[in-house]
Design a protein around this ligand. Sequence first.
Ligand SMILES: NC(=O)c1ccc[n+]([C@@H]2O[C@H](COP(=O)([O-])OP(=O)(O)OC[C@H]3O[C@@H](n4cnc5c(N)ncnc54)[C@H](OP(=O)(O)O)[C@@H]3O)[C@@H](O)[C@H]2O)c1
Length: 194
Amino acid sequence: MRKLTYFIACSIDGFIGDPGGDATTMYRFVDEEFFEFLGTEYPETIATPGRRSIGIDDRPNQKFDTIIQGRASYDIAFKEGITSPYAHLREYVASRTLEESPDPNVEIIADDLVGKVRALKAEDGEFGIYLCGGSVLAGELLDEIDELVIKTYPIVLGTGMPMFGSGFAVTDFELDSVRTFKNGALVRTYSRKR
Ligand SMILES: NC(=O)c1ccc[n+]([C@@H]2O[C@H](COP(=O)([O-])OP(=O)(O)OC[C@H]3O[C@@H](n4cnc5c(N)ncnc54)[C@H](OP(=O)(O)O)[C@@H]3O)[C@@H](O)[C@H]2O)c1
């Protein structure tokens, strides 16, 4: 069984962006030390243009071979003319409005989202599935999430886009590891308690 991992950046108070979802205020915490961590342990979570610009486009994937994004998250790169933002992964975009895929590497999931994710998890393979977000998609897939990797940056937003756009429900996770960085960022990894 392959794991579905929600790998996400958030504020201390658990928001993944401003009320509209804009997360650019968090980019400044990706300094040399943090970037070294990402590039070593999670290079596949760096989007293709970023990988190309720093010359690591051929770096092998470490944890994931597949990515799932909601259409609103995919739109960020798409509006810049980038149709395959994670070309080093199999890309799935959940959307009921995108009638056809803008790129041969991108498959649209228009219906039975949970069924499709379960089928991906049931595939053989050593690599997992990177749930990129955003909030709506993570909320819909909460029951399927096996692991959380939460990059928390030392800021409080007060309000913003929640990590999960879902209703109130208590879901238990177990802490696996915490890594701290000199700039105050931390990365916590949790496994789902089933
Ligand atoms: N901090 C971080 O690390 C991080 C990471 C990722 C994203 N974000 C932020 O998250 C924001 C976007 O999040 P969001 O919650 O607004 O949207 P989202 O989850 O990215 O996308 C929502 C869209 O996904 C599609 N969708 C959702 N459920 C579906 C289903 N069951 N079947 C088919 N399609 C489905 C729908 O697209 P259609 O409308 O086309 O049907 C829906 O409008 C962005 O602003 C981004 O900056 C932050």
